[in-house]
Write a protein that binds this ligand. Structure first.
Ligand SMILES: N[C@@H](CCC[C@H](NC(=O)CCC(=O)O)C(=O)O)C(=O)O
Length: 366
């Protein structure tokens, strides 16, 4: 089978149309290659950008010898499509929106970044733009993580901005995330003679009861209040319609505030579910807001927007761990991320484009 030709995106139609085009190029986690091919085709003619591709992660950087360097990053993958492509542009409650997969998380942010990467030939700081794959899945696949391991030199920077959805406000830090599988065991038997078996699915009832009764904490860290969450995100079990099941697995996701480490989060899960068999399947540290870092302060002041906590996990945590202060700033309401009707207000795309353009061009950064 021949590889489809990678056509460049049309930068002349403006960032809103660019968002639509990037969303319509489906790129569910693990299937981002063609979109990244198209990003390369879009930006390869721009002499002010050095392009470096590592797998399906693309870096485009200026090398102008500026005193400071800002890293601006966004992931290009989405959660699975559910009859929500192609994108529609419609008024919702009288407000102009793009509706469909990726509009919020986070191709609106990527479109703003790609448009500005092409446009800003003479920014006040050097800029390293990064677009990466596999953010929505297990952290060992995360493209930014793989790039940081292979090319740590590309992560030299004084400040980082992640284009994750924030309604064009700023969200500081992020909650951490741990996923565990909790297993109950039983004994297989014929379901007509259940009394000689042990039903592992019934044995999972106390796990579900604990989850349903759990009261997640709200924890203040450096002035921002992070809401935690503990939820079943999957359950499996069952052999056949006439067999008592001997195993049931409840897949649990714990979102924990950035005052704790992933080890402390796992210890909390062990306190709750330690009587069963637990396997940790994914872990990612959170990040404290760090909004008192000099460039973070200047960014907040320049934009004049509120600072809120980020409840999802984002790669600000990776930048923070590398000692680079980082914030989330992008179009789209995070409450709509991953929803089937995810939708971004066109005005938020335009606000982020204006906000970033102005800040990256300001003499305040010289
Ligand atoms: N390895 C993690 C990756 C999950 C990343 C994902 N991030 C977002 O949805 C950010 C959007 C937002 O909250 O603004 C997440 O938090 O699920 C994992 O698999 O859990």
């Amino acid at each position: 089978m021949s590889t489809p030709i990678a056509l460049p995106f049309d930068l002349s139609a403006g960032t809103v149309e660019l968002t639509r085009e990037i969303c319509d190029e489906a790129s569910v986690s693990g299937a981002e290659a063609h979109l990244v091919d198209r990003l390369v085709a879009t930006l390869e003619g721009f002499d002010h950008l050095e392009l470096i591709r590592h797998g399906n992660t693309l870096t485009a950087r200026t090398n102008l010898g500026r005193a400071q360097r800002v890293i601006i990053a966004g992931h290009v993958d989405t959660v699975p499509i559910n009859n929500n492509l192609p994108i529609r542009r419609e008024l919702v409650d009288g407000i102009d929106h793009l509706i469909g997969r990726g509009t919020v998380d986070m191709k609106g942010g990527v479109a703003v970044q790609v448009a500005l990467a092409a446009e800003l030939t003479d920014p006040a700081v050097d800029i390293t733009w990064m677009w990466y794959d596999n953010e929505e899945v297990s952290s060992d696949l995360n493209g930014l993580r793989l790039l940081a391991e292979a090319r740590p030199d590309l992560f030299e920077g004084d400040f980082a901005i992640l284009g994750e959805p924030t309604r064009a406000e700023i969200e500081g830090g992020c909650n951490g995330t741990v996923r565990i599988e909790v297993r109950t065991r039983g004994l297989r038997a014929h379901s007509a003679r259940a009394w000689v078996g042990e039903n592992a699915i019934h044995a999972a009832a106390p796990i579900l009861e604990k989850l349903a009764a759990y009261q997640p904490a709200q924890i203040e860290v450096e002035g921002l209040v992070y809401r935690e969450g503990l939820n079943a995100v999957g359950i499996t079990g069952g052999i056949a319609g006439n067999v008592i099941p001997d195993e049931c697995m409840v897949h649990i996701n714990y979102r924990f505030a950035p005052n704790k480490s992933a080890d402390e989060a796992i210890a909390h899960l062990t306190d709750l579910f330690g009587e069963w068999d637990i396997t940790v399947v994914d872990r990612a540290e959170g990040a404290r807001p760090g909004l008192d870092a000099p460039l973070a302060k200047r960014f907040l002041t320049a934009l004049g927007v509120p600072a809120l906590p980020k409840y999802g996990w984002t790669d600000v945590a990776r930048f923070s761990a590398l000692g680079i202060p980082a914030v989330n700033y992008g179009p789209g309401d995070p409450l709509r991320a991953h929803a089937d009707d995810e939708r971004v207000a066109v005005a938020e795309i335009e606000d982020c484009e204006r906000g970033l353009r102005a800040w990256l061009s300001t003499s305040d950064l010289d």
